[in-house]
Design a protein around this ligand. Structure first.
Ligand code: INI
Length: 161
């Protein structure tokens, strides 16, 4: 029976956990809403305001480098990346998206710290509105929830040898 085996799971209690948020200024109109949703979620799950810090970068493309610095600092239990990439008439957004997702995955694996992908990628402004606190929820809040669960899970898992 599966109930007899040990299962590691992260809880949704953020008490005593520390979070570093990296926010892209590009499309700040939406990113500030994601940040608000993330911070609200962390606080309501028990994190202390003093344990939540943010760093701002020019655009989403710059997020991975700063996420790497935060993850390597040893100061945080999880890093949360927040940005909004909206498709334009050129392929620019595609290049940004590819680098951010790949970069964040690399940072997380190399540092051993959860790095949560809270970057909204949309085809248009309406979709960005929907994901920044309207009918599709707030992607910052859901990213924060994932960060709490992963941070707690990493504390519970066996140490690497
Ligand atoms: N950065 C974003 O965060 N979102 C976008 O939609 C975006 N678009 O579409 O251009 C964007 N570009 C800027 C990019 O992230 C870098 O800051 C810039 O290229 C300088 O390296």
């Amino acid at each position: 029976m599966t109930s007899e085996i040990k299962a590691y799971e992260g809880s949704l209690s953020a008490k005593g956990l520390r979070f570093g948020l990296v926010c892209a200024r590009f499309n700040d109109f939406f990113v500030s809403k994601l940040l608000g949703g993330a911070v609200d979620c962390l606080l309501r799950h028990g994190a202390a305001a003093k344990d939540i810090e943010s760093a701002w970068v020019p655009g989403s493309y710059e997020i991975p480098l700063v996420a790497q610095r935060l993850a390597a600092s040893g100061r945080y239990d999880a890093v949360i990346a927040l940005g909004v990439v909206i498709q334009g008439s050129t392929a620019h957004a595609n290049y940004v998206n590819a680098e951010v997702s790949k970069g964040l995955a690399q940072v997380s694996l190399a540092s051993g710290i959860p790095v949560i992908y809270g970057v909204v990628t949309t085809e248009n402004i309406e979709q960005a509105i929907e994901r920044s606190g309207c009918k599709a929820g707030n992607r910052g809040a859901t990213a924060a929830e994932s960060a709490i669960e992963m941070a707690d899970l990493m504390r519970k898992l066996p140490e690497a040898k």
